[in-house]
Design a protein around this ligand. Structure first.
Ligand code: NDP
Ligand code: 8X3
Length: 248
């Protein structure tokens, strides 16, 4: 049985990915800050061996301690899904909140690095591994007020390509999934709990579901070992570009 490590498994894309990988026969390490959400998910996945890790990806020491605490049967991670992350705020650069900037750069970029660094020895030691970073259409495009979120996802795109090169000698696949609009808690977090404003983001068209992204991830991790689906841009049919959406 292979082991998959999913960050941000307490909600949205990460949660749906955990369900999909359980169906595909993986043993799962599920990470997030909200312990009760992870416990509820583990209960739903009864029959799949799961291990829960509660840490903030921005806290390097906490990441290292958590990964080092893995029981023996969960240590040989085969698949890492670097999914944890969020947007915080949507404001012009001149009125942006530096705390939001820190949260996005520390979570989306440095958090991905910390988790990768902690998990990689299990892969490089065995010359086996598959890392999927969750980027965004925001990494391809600049859109008004997206500034630091777009930059954080552009950094994920660049890191993905560089990690693929660096890890080539170790036979480790590194790939990126870049979704467009997916209806999750993403906009609620971006708008700091303003559910009305969050709902408007998805009004008048059919956004992706977290399960749509999870389907693609399941496809990628079940390809034969010589196949790396290196980059995917996954959009709702109604979305032409980051802020170009056909609404009814
Ligand atoms: P959700 O808000 O539903 O999920 C975000 C997940 O990330 C949660 O499980 C949250 O867990 C975890 N997380 C966030 N910050 C931290 C942190 N500092 N430490 C540990 N865990 C953290 O949003 P999505 O599922 O939509 O987002 C998942 C990924 O997909 C993100 O990287 C996002 O940027 C990306 N994405 C989303 C799109 C969308 O339209 N929804 C489109 C393109 C990309 P907890 O709060 O329990 O810690
Ligand atoms: C989330 C999608 O368009 O809000 O990454 O940036 S978008």
């Amino acid at each position: 049985m292979k082991t998959a490590f999913v960050t941000g498994a307490s909600s949205g894309i990460g949660r749906a990915t955990a369900v999909a990988l359980a169906e595909a026969g993986f043993r799962l390490v599920l990470a997030g800050r909200r312990r009760e959400r992870l416990e509820e998910l583990a209960q739903q996945l009864a029959g799949t061996p799961t291990h829960l890790l509660t840490f903030d990806v921005r806290d390097r020491a906490a990441v290292e301690t958590a990964v080092q605490s893995l029981p023996a049967e969960f240590q040989d991670v085969d698949v890492l899904i670097n999914n944890a992350g969020n947007a915080h705020g949507l404001a012009p650069i001149q009125s942006g909140n530096p705390q939001d900037w820190d949260d996005m750069l520390d979570g989306n970029v440095k958090g991905l690095l910390y988790v990768s660094k902690a998990v990689l020895p299990a892969m490089t030691r065995r010359n086996v591994g598959h890392i999927i970073n969750i980027g965004s259409i925001a990494g391809y495009e600049a859109y008004a007020n997206g500034n630091v979120y777009c930059a954080s996802k552009a950094a994920v795109a660049s890191l993905t390509k560089c990690m693929r090169l660096d890890l080539l000698p170790h036979n480790i696949r590194v790939a990126e999934v870049n979704p467009g609009a997916v209806e999750t808690e993403f906009s609620e977090v971006r708008f700091k709990g303003d559910t009305e404003r969050a709902a408007k983001v998805y009004e008048g068209f059919e956004p992706l579901k977290a399960e749509d992204v999870a389907d693609v991830i399941r496809f990628m991790v079940t390809r034969p070992p010589h196949v790396n689906v290196a980059e995917v841009l996954l959009l709702p049919t109604a979305q032409g570009a980051a802020t170009t959406i056909r609404r009814s």
